[in-house]
Each structure stands twice: as structure tokens, then as C-alpha cells.
Design a protein around this ligand. Structure first.
Ligand SMILES: NC(=O)c1ccc[n+]([C@@H]2O[C@H](COP(=O)([O-])OP(=O)(O)OC[C@H]3O[C@@H](n4cnc5c(N)ncnc54)[C@H](OP(=O)(O)O)[C@@H]3O)[C@@H](O)[C@H]2O)c1
Length: 409
């Protein structure tokens, strides 16, 4: 439980009433998420596990497989990515096939979680051809088919992927390949249009003008509605945007990976492009559930992330400590605080945390209740700036594929 005595004294009566109202809704959300008694401040040591705790499940209103947790509140906040309106918090669906971070509870539960997210007001769902591979799109397609017109489905092309076996090869953003990939996506997603289609990584061999021109054709054909790039070079953003206006850039952005702040976010602001932070919880680290005693299970991608190596993780716990201190002070969880900090950076930022447990989904949605005053934002950010994060955000070969410029036509 959070120690409410540690909350800051509020001087203004009106602010006090509003804050109490927010806190009671927050307490409700936290309670509904089954996290009131969770050790959010102490952190959780030991191995990660992907079993869905039964306490997360409260009722089954949507008719999907498994059960659904519900609360009486919904995510009301909306944000604009360029011309596209989405919920302020989206749902990343990469981990749902149970490959990236190890096994998940069950496929049915993943469908249930996606439908619970819809019930809670989430409209932005993020997937990609290579997640699974193919399987994440299948799960998303099955889960969202009944509510297709109410949600925004974002997916990504850019690699060789065998459409039958899912076997993955290297980069491929040649126009004919993009068109084939999109046809496969539409089938798996059980839809006749993709709301937001990203190039997953820049293919340096293919001019971005050709890629943007192909997406433009797909938009004209009605198969795609919006265009995005993930981890592109700066000039590639400008060149793509000149051919087909970009709706969103999707780059890694979280309390440890602040690379976008120098150049990418200012460029998005200049061009009116929205920004979608991937791994907004730093792979779960900023929820205070990973620490130096954590042993990732076999095949968990995080075992290869330099931040979490034996030599780096202890130093990086300074970020978690900062979050824990402030979460006590504000009566929220470290994960909520870290998502709220992202939301506070720009009104056109919409993070897409993954969740394969209902309690995590609900906790993340509860972020909407968390606000920073100007002073708090300044003080928190100053303390964060003083921490030197050790290690890279992704393994070296993955890093080499980011910030790449496409060749000129
Ligand atoms: N464009 C790209 O190149 C790219 C790359 C990577 C990811 N992405 C997208 O970004 C999405 C999110 O990235 P990510 O999954 O790598 O990282 P993330 O969202 O930062 O972290 C996900 C991890 O945090 C845990 N978690 C979530 N909410 C939690 C909470 N409230 N309390 C405790 N733990 C919580 C999840 O656990 P559970 O699973 O147990 O709930 C999972 O282990 C992906 O699904 C994908 O859509 C894009």
C-alpha cells in the first residue's frame, strides 16, 4: 500500500478537492487492477514469470476466450498523431505470441486482454509482421474483428518473412514486396484496411521515395490509411514526408532511452508528425519489477539488453530508485509515473506498453490519472538528467539498424 502520509501538502483548497477526487479514482483503478497490495515500492526480485495471476480476473463480459477484468472507468484521454486520433495509452502486442519475453499464459488470454483493453477505452493496437512472426497479427486480428471500426490497428513491414512458415530473412522494403506483405497482413488481421502502416526499419538499399510512393498507392487503393516509420534517419523522415505525409514516427523512448529528444521530437514537431514511444516501460524496468537479482528465462530478449548486464544494471537502478521515491510521493506506481512522464513531454505522444497480464493493462490505463505540475516535471526531469544510464538500449546489431538513411533515388 502507498503511504498516503508521504504525499506532499497541498495548499490550495480547490486543488486539494480535485486531487482527492483524482486520488480516489486512482485508488479505485489501482485496487481494480489488483495492485494495491503489490510491492510497487519495494520492487520484485527474482525470476520473471508470465503466468496470469488468477486475482487479475473478475468477470467475462466480452465473450472472448478466458475471462476479462473490468473496472467502471475507461481511458477517456485521446491524442492526435498527425491527423489520426488514438487513445493516450495504446497496447503493444509484440509479446503476445510468447516469444520475445518467453511464454505467456495462453493465446485465449491474449485475446481476452486485447478485448479488455477495448472495453477500457484503448483504441491503438500495435503489431508487426515479424512479431511471432505472423502470430501477433493473427491474435490482434481475431481479437479486434468484432470491433474493427472502433479501433486503430498499426502494423509494420520491412523484412523478408515467409508467409507460410514465418521464417524471417533480412530487410526488404522493395515496392513489390511491400504490396505482397500488406496482402498477407490484411488476411491475418481479418480486415480490408490497415489504419497505420509503418516501415519497421529503413532498408538502405531502397530509396525512401519508392517506399513512400508504394504506401501512397496502397492508401489510394484503400488498403492503408496512414504511413509511419520506425527508427529512421532524420533525412529519411523529411524525404518520406515529402512524398506521403507521415502520421507517426515509432522509436524507442523511455526514461532510460531519451535519444529522440535531441533531434527526432523537434523534427516531428516541425513537420506535424505524431510520436509513438516503443518499449515505453524500458522493457518493464521502469515498473520496478526488474533488479540485479532478476534472472531472465531462456530466450527472453531482455537477457541480451546491455542495460541489464551484470556490469550495468546496478548503476541503472538509480532510475528505479528515483521512480520509487516519486511514486510514494505521488501515490501512484513507478510504471504509471514513467508513462505519465512520457505523456507530459508532448501532447502528440502516445506510448504503447505491452501487457500480457490484465493487472498490468489496467495499471497502465490508470496512468491517465497521473499528472505532473510544472514544478514537479522540472524537478523530476532534473533528477533524471543527473543519472548516467549505463549500456545501450538494444544489442549492438539491433542498434546498427536504427537511425539509418535510405539511399537516394
Ligand atoms: N518499432 C519497433 O522497432 C519496436 C520494437 C519493440 C517493441 N515495439 C512495440 O512496443 C511495444 C512495447 O514494447 P516492449 O514490450 O518491448 O516493452 P515495454 O512495453 O516497455 O515493457 C513490456 C514489459 O513490461 C511489463 N509490464 C507492462 N506493464 C506493466 C506493469 N504495469 N507492471 C509491471 N510490469 C509491466 C510487461 O509484462 P507482462 O507481459 O507480464 O504484462 C512486459 O514484460 C511492443 O509490444 C511493440 O508493439 C516496437
Amino acid at each position: 500500500m502507498h503511504n498516503t502520509k508521504l504525499r506532499p501538502r497541498i495548499v490550495d483548497d480547490e486543488r486539494c478537492r480535485m486531487s482527492e477526487k483524482r486520488n480516489s479514482r486512482r485508488r479505485f483503478l489501482l485496487g481494480a487492477a489488483g495492485i494495491a497490495a503489490a510491492p510497487v515500492v519495494a520492487g520484485v526480485a527474482g525470476c520473471t514469470s508470465n503466468e496470469e495471476p488468477s486475482a487479475d480476473r473478475t468477470s467475462a463480459p466480452t465473450g472472448g476466450g478466458g475471462t476479462v477484468a473490468t473496472t467502471a472507468t475507461t481511458l477517456a484521454g485521446r491524442r492526435r498523431l498527425g491527423p489520426l486520433e488514438v487513445s493516450s495509452i495504446g497496447l503493444g502486442c509484440q509479446t503476445m505470441p510468447g516469444k520475445l519475453y518467453g511464454p505467456v499464459s495462453s493465446r485465449d488470454n491474449m485475446i481476452t486482454i486485447i478485448r479488455a483493453a477495448v472495453d477500457q477505452g484503448v483504441t491503438l493496437f500495435d503489431t508487426a509482421e515479424v512479431y511471432g512472426p505472423l502470430e501477433s497479427e493473427r491474435i490482434v486480428g481475431e481479437a479486434l474483428q468484432p470491433v474493427r471500426d472502433r479501433v486503430v490497428i498499426a502494423t509494420k513491414f520491412g523484412f523478408e518473412v515467409n508467409q507460410q512458415t514465418g521464417e524471417r530473412g533480412g530487410l526488404n522494403s522493395r515496392p513489390d514486396h511491400i504490396k505482397q506483405a500488406v496482402d498477407g497482413m490484411l488476411q491475418r488481421l481479418r480486415t480490408d484496411y490497415i489504419d497505420l502502416l509503418y516501415q519497421h526499419r529503413v532498408d538502405p538499399q531502397v530509396p525512401i521515395e519508392d517506399v513512400a510512393g508504394t504506401v501512397k498507392e496502397l492508401i489510394t487503393a484503400g488498403k492503408v490509411r496512414h504511413f509511419g516509420l520506425s527508427e529512421p534517419g532524420l533525412q529519411t523522415i523529411r524525404r518520406a514526408h515529402a512524398v506521403q505525409p507521415l502520421t507517426a514516427i515509432q522509436n524507442q523512448y523511455n526514461l532510460l532511452a531519451r535519444d529522440p529528444e535531441d533531434q527526432v521530437l523537434p523534427l516531428c514537431e516541425e513537420l506535424g508528425i505524431g510520436f509513438v514511444p516503443w518499449a515505453p516501460l524500458a522493457y518493464g524496468f521502469t515498473t520496478a519489477t526488474i533488479n540485479p537479482t532478476t534472472r531472465f528465462t531462456e530466450n527472453d530478449f531482455r537477457a541480451s539488453v546491455p542495460w541489464f548486464s551484470r556490469e550495468n544494471i546496478t548503476a541503472n537502478m538509480a532510475v528505479v530508485q528515483l521512480l520509487q521515491d516519486w511514486s510514494v510521493r505521488k501515490g501512484v506506481t513507478p510504471g504509471q509515473l514513467s508513462l505519465a512522464w512520457l505523456l507530459a513531454q508532448k501532447p502528440w505522444i502516445a506510448p504503447i506498453p505491452s501487457a500480457t497480464r490484465t493487472s498490468h493493462l489496467l495499471e497502465n490505463i490508470g496512468t491517465e490519472e497521473v499528472t505532473f505540475t510544472g514544478d514537479e516535471l522540472r524537478d523530476f526531469t532534473a533528477a533524471l538528467n543527473a543519472i548516467r544510464v549505463q549500456g545501450e538500449r538494444v544489442p549492438a546489431p539491433v542498434l546498427a539498424g536504427t537511425g539509418v538513411e535510405a539511399r537516394r533515388p
